[in-house]
Design a protein around this ligand. Sequence first.
Ligand SMILES: Cc1cc2nc3c(=O)[nH]c(=O)nc-3n(C[C@H](O)[C@H](O)[C@H](O)COP(=O)(O)O)c2cc1C
Length: 306
Amino acid sequence: VLKTRVNEMLGVRYPILLAPMGLISKPELVSAVSDAGGLGMLSAAFISPSEVREQIKRTRELTDAPFGVNVPIAISKADEVVDILIQEEVSVVFTSAGSPKILLEKIRGADMVHLHMVPTARIAKKVEQMGVDMLVAQGGEAGGIVSENAVTTMALIPQVVDAVSIPVIAAGGIADGRGLVAALALGAEGILMGTRFICSKEAPVSEDYKRAVIESKDDNTVVAKIGTLSSRVWRNKYVNERGGVIDPMEQMNLMRKAIQEGDLDNAVYIMGMSSGMIREIKSAEEIINSIVDEAQKLAKNLANKF
Ligand SMILES: Cc1cc2nc3c(=O)[nH]c(=O)nc-3n(C[C@H](O)[C@H](O)[C@H](O)COP(=O)(O)O)c2cc1C
């Protein structure tokens, strides 16, 4: 019922993608999203190439539907991971966090759809010229790595869409059917969501993590400094006490703590601005179905307004 160029290119029922969230977008969540008609996306962040291979195999045990793998270039053994994706015949590779230039030859030689994440229209144009198949344009509302001056989704998507002719997926701040319709209206041909799926039944995170997202209000996140990077996180006691500066040496442990044990005051919870509109935990399938239903009704109502 919801068709864009993305459906066929990715082999999915809906152009709705799971964000590759490091240590969260693991086989259980990835297969649940793919089974529900979206595209699940494993993350190679923080794990070894051999663990990526294991996660691909595990996902295949759980679903026959297509899924992708994210290669965050600056923070993974990108070259080795791409070799594994080719050997394992993964159909979708999603590069982010750095220029995909060094990986282009390998990716192009394989039978993979190549997505890349972009923060500006200028970079979008450059990446399209490199031969990438599809873009994920991420606005500053997003959870995770964003620059302090990141362009917002509302302003970014139309400018990226105008700059390129390949399909653009919108990311950042989208969590319901309204966001999907807005993204389509801005010219995107699909959406990618991270924060919404943290509050899915299948997300392998502590109950505290889900509670933190549900309790968070629209202005409760902040772009924290982590060494040379910056990342949108929940503004809790730990982040407040340090004036929004997170020690890069402690980051991993604090993120792991949030995911594995939970500790609302003293752990780092990565989440985006859409957390304020997320009020319940649903299965990945319920999330996707309710977004598509809501978007369909909304689009009809909108048509009646003109
Ligand atoms: C907990 C968390 C972890 C993330 N980890 C990654 C990652 O490993 N690689 C990546 O490219 N993006 C990562 N992101 C960013 C997402 O890919 C995506 O752009 C973002 O979640 C979209 O915005 P939203 O959170 O408002 O839906 C992460 C986001 C979150 C919330």
